[in-house]
Design a protein around this ligand. Structure first.
Ligand SMILES: CC(C)(COP(=O)(O)OP(=O)(O)OC[C@H]1O[C@@H](n2cnc3c(N)ncnc32)[C@H](O)[C@@H]1OP(=O)(O)O)[C@@H](O)C(=O)NCCC(=O)NCCS
Length: 183
């Protein structure tokens, strides 16, 4: 696993669009994330190209309160005055799934964030698919993520009106489980 470079942005964009839906992120947004050193975007490669990617994005308190409905006092307590990361996505190429790749990538990404010492906590929204499955549930459990609250259709908000979901076939009505992981 290595930090993503600008030249990886197009392949990462393609994989996230296939996994989540059209216009999930743009190549420009991914490029900007790579260029900001507070963020942590990692990739794994093999002979076929991109094997997987994981993004920890540094965001401001206001976004966590608004998008993940984190309580302000909980945010302050968990962040301990340090920067806070949004674990935004985790993707593995479909022919490589179920072999422990993401479990290993997440473990390494968390170790690096802990070693950095400048981050207090990360929050994430585990995707709850319409049939009730949470693809990352076992992986989050193994990595020490703590369940915080369930959200009803957080990506249906007007600000995400242009994002489509591969499973909903239009604006995303899926629920999310918010987790945190202290760093
Ligand atoms: C979710 C994903 C990143 C897991 O990567 P991986 O390398 O296959 O993960 P691992 O081999 O380390 O672990 C496999 C686990 O994922 C679970 N999983 C993967 N896809 C799943 C799905 N669609 N529904 C339910 N569970 C799923 C497996 O059941 C297994 O669970 P366990 O750890 O409790 O046994 C990968 O399947 C993927 O890219 N999926 C599409 C994108 C996605 O859903 N990302 C997560 C959004 S929150």
């Amino acid at each position: 696993m290595r930090r993503a470079k600008v030249e990886d942005a197009a392949a990462i964009d393609k994989m996230t669009v296939e996994c989540f839906g059209d216009s999930y992120l743009s190549v420009k947004e991914i490029t900007d994330y790579i260029l900001d050193d507070w963020n942590r975007l990692y990739v794994e490669e093999d002979e076929k190209g991109l094997a997987g990617a994981i993004l920890f994005l540094r965001e401001d308190k206001s976004l966590f309160l608004e998008d993940m409905e984190i309580d302000s006092d909980d945010y302050d307590r968990l962040s301990r005055g340090k920067a806070v990361l949004h674990h935004k996505f985790s993707v593995i190429r479909d022919d490589l799934r179920g072999k422990g790749l993401m479990t290993g990538m997440l473990n390494d990404a968390l170790s690096e964030a802990e070693k950095d010492g400048k981050y207090g906590v990360l929050f994430t929204q585990g995707w709850i698919q319409p049939d009730g499955t949470v693809p990352m549930e076992g992986i989050f459990d193994r990595a020490g993520y703590v369940k915080y609250k369930r959200q009803k259709s957080p990506w249906y908000k007007p600000k995400f009106f242009d994002k489509t979901c591969v499973l909903c076939g239009g604006r995303c009505k899926c629920d999310a489980m918010v987790y945190y992981r202290e760093l």
